[in-house]
Ligand binder design. Structure first.
Ligand SMILES: [Zn+2]
Length: 164
């Protein structure tokens, strides 16, 4: 196989930096593996935690999970979705390595989150927005942060009632 390289500490014991699960450094890895790559040294996160980081930073699935709760991952055909979209086609990680129950159980552990042009949503945005709306005395769920504008709110809520 091309692109394989030996790791620096094959078989070395390590613990996932996020959930503490015991892991071992692989013997070798694909140098061009993406979007995730095996570690060469005993440092990094387990398959479930790297998947969690990926989901936290992938719009719009992060927004859907934030609103519906992580249990959504157990209901969705998430394995099939990953196989169909091919995002792991060039990756050391195989989708069947993921224990989705562990992903859900550990969902609330800290995750490195980036808000970027590719990820316009951060976990908790939904709750923060709802709170901001309530704090502003709006409470109509339209998500306005501006001072109340009755005409505009009325127009929007009328639009929302129209069938698609
Ligand atoms: Zn982990």
């Amino acid at each position: 196989m091309t692109g394989m390289e030996a790791t620096q500490t094959p078989g070395a014991l390590a613990h996932c930096e996020r959930c503490g699960r015991q892991l071992r450094v692989a013997d070798s890895r694909r140098e061009d593996s993406k979007p995730f790559r095996l570690a060469k040294v005993p440092k990094g996160v387990c398959p479930e935690c790297v998947m969690t980081q990926f989901l936290y930073n992938t719009y719009p699935v992060n927004m859907q999970i934030d609103i519906a709760g992580p249990e959504l991952l157990l209901k969705l055909h998430i394995r099939e979705a990953f196989l169909m979209c091919g995002v792991l086609n060039d990756c050391d990680l195989h989708i069947d390595e993921i224990d989705w129950r562990r992903v859900v159980e550990n969902w609330s552990l800290p995750v490195k989150v980036a808000k970027s042009a590719l990820n316009m949503y951060r976990m908790g945005d939904h709750a923060r927005q709802k709170k901001a709306v309530a704090d502003a005395g709006l409470g109509d769920g339209l998500g306005f942060f501006d001072p109340p504008n009755e005409a505009e709110r009325e127009r929007r809520s009328t639009e929302r009632k129209l069938p698609n």
